[in-house]
Write a protein of this length. Structure first.
Length: 442
């Protein structure tokens, strides 16, 4: 008893320790067996290269030389086909833009025709007879027309009428002057179909497909050089390339837009001699020589852009590019239109922007084409050529000295139907769900 009490812990007075036979001790854990792992052999260099090729093939898929040549050939074939289809319309538009159309007064011709039908006598002949039969009240008695034939007044025609600006109004008889055999005569000025018909009757198929090869080379060179120059400028300025990513998705959208417009302007300035040759081949008869691109380039005084073409070429490249490239950025950021979420609305707004770009570009293109013809100085042209008097002066000449239609400014928009029908086609493709189409001339 005393032993049990002495074995009690004073801090645990009510604790009764179990008997020695009731204690269950846990079984000892089994001894751990340590096994050494086998040593893997060191990888060889060939296995490392094969593993690198397996993992990098998904990220470094560079096309081979044969694939690159095949892709370039497909792109060139597609471009040449599109140029071949659109070249007749481009030829007609260029001819209309360069043509000189004399200003007429329809009301004067109508009144003269009514007078001749009523009295059966020409209005000009009657005016001449009246001027001869006039009594000269202030003529001296000492002189008579019979005695002094040198003083006899010569028979002159009626003075031509002028408008408020002082420009002579062309009579219908003045427009009937016989033209050289290599020139065409358009019944309806400004009509693309009429121009194509006259060219076909005069020169055949060669007349409506003039300058096809030069246009193809110019198109390929423009797309290649503009893409390269845009990438080069983007790399220098450390901004995203507008040709790879959309400008609206760029971290610096305004800088990307400026780079794209600058690349377009520099490309147009560098390829200006080629554009001059293309315009010259279109505006001259198909029988004139030379007709090949290389001899025509050698005939130029210089392989650089002439000073007189710097301003019209820059304006023609910068302003339309600014509208066409900046329109998607404006639609996405300002109007919050997405081409995926709102395809119909986005396509409709894109066509409106393309139409605005068209009506801004056509006057600049008319001025540029006349400047190129004035610089090329061709000996023979298929139509009478309007004169070039600078950017503002040429626009004034077209509006005031030439026939500009009933609205007064149609002379600056000759051939506008070519681009308008192209925009209508792109709008139709957008409505039926075809994405990726770009508005432009067909």
């Amino acid at each position: 008893m005393s032993s049990s009490q002495s074995s009690r812990n004073p801090l645990r007075p009510y604790y009764i320790p179990p008997a020695a036979g009731d204690i269950d001790l846990p079984a000892p854990p089994p001894p751990r067996v340590y096994r050494s792992s086998p040593v893997a052999p060191a990888p060889s260099s060939s296995s490392l290269i094969s593993d690198f090729n397996d993992y990098s093939s998904e990220f470094l898929e560079a096309p081979s030389v044969s694939d690159s040549i095949k892709n370039f050939a497909n792109h060139a074939l597609l471009t040449y086909t599109s140029v071949l289809v659109s070249q007749p319309f481009q030829v007609a538009k260029t001819v209309l833009q360069c043509q000189y159309v004399p200003k007429k007064e329809p009301q004067l011709d109508k009144k003269k025709k009514e007078f001749e039908e009523m009295f059966g006598e020409s209005f000009d002949e009657l005016s001449d007879e009246e001027s001869d039969d006039e009594v000269r009240y202030f003529q001296s008695n000492a002189e008579s027309p019979e005695e002094s034939p040198s003083l006899r007044p010569q028979k002159r025609g009626m003075k031509k009428m002028t408008d408020r600006a002082g420009y002579v109004l062309e009579d219908q008889k003045d427009t009937d002057i016989p033209r050289p055999e290599y020139q065409i005569k358009l019944v309806r000025e400004g009509a693309v179909g009429e121009t194509l018909k006259c060219l076909w009757q005069k020169e055949g198929a060669w007349g409506i497909w003039k300058g096809t090869n030069s246009t193809f080379i110019y198109t390929m060179a423009t797309s290649t050089l503009e893409s390269w120059m845009s990438s080069f400028l983007s790399a220098i300025l450390s901004i995203s390339d507008a040709g790879v990513a959309d400008i609206a998705d760029s971290t610096h959208p305004l800088a990307s837009l400026a780079v794209a417009v600058t690349a377009s302007a520099l490309t147009a300035l560098l390829l200006s001699p080629l554009d001059i040759i293309r315009t010259k081949l279109i505006i001259t008869p198909s029988s004139s020589k030379p007709r090949n691109l290389v001899p025509s380039l050698r005939a130029l005084p210089s392989y650089t852009i002439p000073p007189s073409l710097i301003v019209p070429t820059t304006l023609h490249a910068v302003i339309p590019s600014l509208i066409s490239i900046g329109a998607p950025y404006f639609l996405k950021t300002k109007l919050l239109l997405d081409p995926i979420a709102n395809p119909t609305t986005f396509s409709f707004c894109s066509v409106i922007a393309s139409t605005i770009e068209l009506f801004v570009r056509l006057p600049l293109e008319t001025i540029l084409r006349r400047a190129q013809v004035a610089e090329a100085k061709p000996e023979k042209t298929v139509v009478p050529i309007g004169r070039y008097a600078g950017v503002v002066g040429t626009a004034w000449v077209v509006l005031k000295e030439e026939e500009s239609g009933k609205w007064g400014f149609e002379g600056l928009y000759r051939g506008w139907r070519v681009g308008a029908w192209g925009n209508v086609g792109v709008l139709g493709l957008g409505f039926i769900g075809v994405q990726g189409a770009q508005a432009g001339e067909f």
